[in-house]
Design a binder for this molecule. Sequence first.
Ligand SMILES: [Zn+2]
Length: 155
Amino acid sequence: MDELTRSQLAERHNIRNVPSDAIISHLHRVAEFLLEPVRQQFGIPFSPTSGYRSLALNRLLGSKDTSQHIRGQAVDFIVPHYSPLEVAQWMERHIEFDQLILEYFDPENPHASGWIHASLKPAGNRKQVLTKLHGLTHKGLPEGFGGGFDRETVR
Ligand SMILES: [Zn+2]
């Protein structure tokens, strides 16, 4: 829970980042059903880079007020030694989620770029997969390392 709520940025700016009980239950779900299966599959401990964000922290980060981080339903992470693309491909095939976004991934630099944003709701999960690449958002994941990405741009 500490790893999912603690933020250096919040501390530096004296922003309170303490989740309510309802949000804590969402964070438990994220830990159990998103993070733990990835940890089991890849066998490497890792700490999320961002989990719960209070509204003030989320705004400081320039993220929209609709962000699932505010509800404790989203997490950003990388798994050390693996490309975020490999991890995202495995998650797409094996686990339930609401949104899986491969963020700021560079196919030319697949092991040292990007991270995964994944979210999970109590119900009604969309299993939507997106890639943010070179300022555009695409549906789905890139086919592989170094390859182009020519699928539909959604926004
Ligand atoms: Zn995120």
